[in-house]
Write a protein that binds this ligand. Structure first.
Ligand code: NDP
Length: 465
């Protein structure tokens, strides 16, 4: 998979964007992912700043790109052979204007402050779009869970939480999962938090059903991405019935994207992990998906094993010498990037368009480089950016918080109905904002503007804090 770094400036940047990015870049050198995320938002906001001069007077843009708090800590732990290992933990508490900080924890060797600031910044606007009262944050560690025993993962999670617990709480900051953090890791961290504080509270979401979790939380991001795609298709009178779909990744988001799109009549033909990708022209049906879920969630194997089980499929090893990812060159109707940031570059975007893709709904955070985003917008396809399309996960986390605080437990159908309604509302907000600001049909501008205005209004109301 190519994870080409996009530059943060484009030849079409206005003077407003160039001036703002100049000052943000000077303050945040060496943080390319964060600058890319800021660039995307700010590029959508010139019209808003023109029409609402109070935001300019309140210097709201410079305030909003500065995290309220960010910290880094040592995470020492003992591996199975008795050696002491040390990782670096982080939490970025980005913005609490509309609610307590909320956002996932990522455990991956690539984790650094730039990546967590980009994710935390995106989370602020995504959470605003959900209509639920949640601020934005993100955290994690440069720990690689791959190949580690359960005991090692548990000791790491306990050490991580032995520092993080001081900073979080059900009314302060409520982390969840992300790459490398699923039900197992949330369980170990919750256990340690409970022991250290002697409280059983909703401090982490993504908990097991038996200990305060919500039905549909594991499914929520993937299902939401497909619901958002269905809303986009509905504007053209189309559905997923009979559509061929490309999905990358094979973790939480990818799995439930495949499940929902298959239920709605689509045919998913690809999956991937960091070792390569598989193509199954017959489609990854419910039985094959169940096998993948067992492979990834229980046996913790590699996606290449798929072709041993289903010999009609092909496996292609990752080839870093290419300037593109051949997964995105498979002819198809729809694409659901569900692995990681910058996994679709400009070449991939051209290949997707040439292969017939007319809908992209982003499961991963910022999976498309600036070039790729521009290619989708220029082509006029239905392009649902991550902060709108993948907001279903945090939305159901918000519903998990509501259930926990009221000691309630909603049924699967109740939560799924609320999730569908929230995705529909997010779609409506994107369309409404894009119409109001003269960029109708552009979901990037629509989501950025709608997410921003609510947070900016709350910040203005709360004074200079
Ligand atoms: P998982 O850890 O469950 O799965 C991640 C998948 O992506 C794995 O197949 C992994 O392969 C692959 N992957 C990760 N990093 C890379 C890389 N650098 N190169 C190639 N493949 C990679 O994570 P999730 O499914 O939870 O998250 C996937 C994306 O969705 C992320 O961008 C995350 O931020 C976003 N997201 C997740 C939400 C959630 O609720 N979980 C909510 C909103 C967004 P391998 O195992 O080989 O590393």
């Amino acid at each position: 998979m190519t994870t080409a770094q996009s530059c943060t400036e484009t030849s079409t940047d206005s003077q407003f964007v160039q001036d703002f990015m100049g000052s943000v870049t000077a303050r945040n050198p060496h943080q390319p992912e964060f600058l890319q995320a800021v660039h995307e938002i700010v590029s959508s906001l010139e019209g808003v700043m023109d029409r609402r001069p109070k935001y300019v007077a309140g210097n709201i843009l410079h305030r909003i790109v500065e995290p309220e708090r960010a910290f880094q800590f040592r995470v020492p732990w003992v591996n199975d052979t008795g050696d002491v290992e040390v990782n670096r933990g982080y939490r970025v508490e980005f913005n609490s204007a509309i609610g307590p900080y909320k956002g996932g924890l990522r455990f991956h060797p690539s984790v650094n402050l730039s990546i967590l600031k980009f994710l935390g910044f995106e989370q602020v606007f995504k959470n605003s779009l959900t209509t639920l009262p949640m601020g934005g944050g993100k955290g994690g560690a440069d720990f690689n869970p791959k190949g580690k025993s359960d005991g090692e993962v548990m000791r790491f999670c306990q050490s991580f939480m032995s520092e993080l617990f001081r900073h979080i709480g059900p009314d302060t900051d409520i982390p969840a999962g992300d790459i490398g953090v699923g039900g197992r890791e949330i369980g170990y961290m919750f256990g340690e938090y409970k022991k250290l504080t002697n409280t059983f509270v909703g401090v982490l979401t993504g908990r097991g059903i038996e200990w305060g979790g919500s039905l549909i939380r594991p499914e929520a991001t993937g299902y939401g991405v497909v619901y958002f795609g269905a809303e986009m298709y509905a504007t053209k009178g189309e559905t997923f019935e009979g559509k061929t779909c490309l999905v990358s990744g094979s973790g939480n988001v990818a799995q439930y994207t495949v499940e929902k799109v298959t239920e709605l009549g689509g045919k998913a033909v690809t999956l991937s992990d960091s070792s390569g990708w598989i193509y199954d022209g017959d489609g990854i049906d419910a039985d094959k998906l169940a096998w993948v879920m067992d492979l990834k969630n229980n046996r913790r194997g590699r996606i290449g094993e798929y072709v041993e089980q289903f010999p009609n499929a092909e496996f292609h090893a990752r080839d870093d010498s290419l300037d593109h990812n051949p997964l995105w060159a498979v002819p198809a109707n729809c694409a659901f990037p569900s692995a990681t940031q910058n996994e679709i570059n400009g070449v991939d975007a051209k290949n997707l368009l040439a292969g017939g893709v007319d809908l992209v709904s982003e499961g991963a955070n910022m999976p498309s480089t600036i070039d790729a985003q521009q290619a989708f917008i220029d082509a006029g396809i239905l392009y649902g950016p991550a902060k709108a399309a993948n907001a279903g996960g945090v939305a159901v986390s918000g519903l998990e918080m509501s259930q926990a605080s009221q000691r309630l437990f909603w049924t699967r159908d109740q939560v799924d109905a609320k999730l569908q309604q929230i995705m529909c509302d997010i779609h409506t907000q994107c369309i409404g904002a894009s119409k109001e600001f003269g960029c109708e049909g552009n979901y990037v501008d629509g989501s950025n503007i709608a997410g921003f205005v609510k947070v900016a209004e709350a910040m203005m109301a709360q004074g200079i804090v």
